[in-house]
Structures are given as structure tokens and as C-alpha cells.
Design a protein around this ligand. Sequence first.
Ligand code: GDP
Length: 177
Amino acid sequence: KAGAGGFDHLFKILLVGDSGVGKSSILMRFTTEDCFDDMSPTIGVDFKLKMFDVEGKKLKLTIWDTAGQERFRTLTSSYYRGAQGIIFAYDVCRKETFRSLQDLWMSEVEMYSTIPDAIKMVVGNKVDLSENRQVSKEEGKAFARQHGCLFIETSAKENIKVAQCFEELVTKMLETP
Ligand code: GDP
């Protein structure tokens, strides 16, 4: 059992996906209580720490965000190295960001990931903008299943299922030896 300040598991989790889908917002929502609108853009690949209790275990998560570097295609192998959990995020209102998971991000992860049985999760963000939706929940789910990924839809803005997203991911990671 972990003592004060200790932890049972240390996990590295990555966020990948096109610029603007809400990766930084999801991370901010999960790791701080800060006001959504106060979010300032960050430069350079960065990660945040989060202590998270799941199933009686204390988890220390390092969650890596591309912080805009994906626009310059400069993500390096160190970004991917050792990641046990990978979140593939898209914007449910921009179909092209969903297509990019197939056309770009899946192969990037395949190329650079050093953990063959990393747990993957497809996340459709911005469900609060349902009137502009271009990707149905069924499409998202089918794609995730086809690629052996978990699936969830979130809203970083309205705080819908953001914590649940990480909880489902780390629960699966805990089950994986
Ligand atoms: P990133 O480039 O993937 O890190 O995306 P950001 O987190 O910077 O978000 C891009 C834009 O989408 C920002 O203007 C956010 O405020 C907005 N955004 C992020 N998540 C949501 C969401 O769930 N709903 C809505 N309506 N806007 C969001």
C-alpha cells in the first residue's frame, strides 16, 4: 500500500489528434479546477501530473499534450516512448479530424510506440455542439472497435465524461499486465 505521497502505479498517457480538437482543454479539465475560459495556449510539448485513485489503487499519471506541435509535424519519438495509454482525440463537429485518426495518428503511434500492448482510447470531443455534429456516435464506436480501442464521447467545455474517460482508460491499463 502506498504511503503518504506515494503511489502504486506510474503511468504515461498521451493525447494525440489534430490541432483544435480539444486535447489541451481535456487535459486542463482533468488536471485542474481552473476556469475553462482562462486557458492560455502553451508552447512546446508538455505534460501534467495527476494523482488519481482507481479501484483502491493510487495512480500517478503523467499526461502528455502535444501543445500545438502537431501542426508542425515535429512530434518526436520521445513523446511516444514508454506510453502505456494513448488517447486519440477528434472533434465530433469536424469530420476531417476523425479521418486523421485513420490517416495519420494511428500510423504515427504504430511507428513510434515502444509499448506494443498500450491501451488505446478514441475520444470524440465537443459533444456539447450537437447541432453541428458531423461524426455520429455509431461511426466513432465502430472505428474504435475496428482498431481495438475503447471509445467515449466528451465535452471538455461542459465537463461531460472527461474524468470518466481517464477512469476507463486507466482501469483497462491496470488490468493489463
Ligand atoms: P488542441 O489544439 O487539440 O489542444 O485544442 P484546444 O484544447 O486548444 O481547443 C481548441 C478550441 O476548442 C478552443 O477554443 C477550446 O476552447 C475549444 N474546445 C475545446 N473543447 C471543447 C468542447 O468540448 N466544446 C466546445 N464547444 N469547445 C471546445
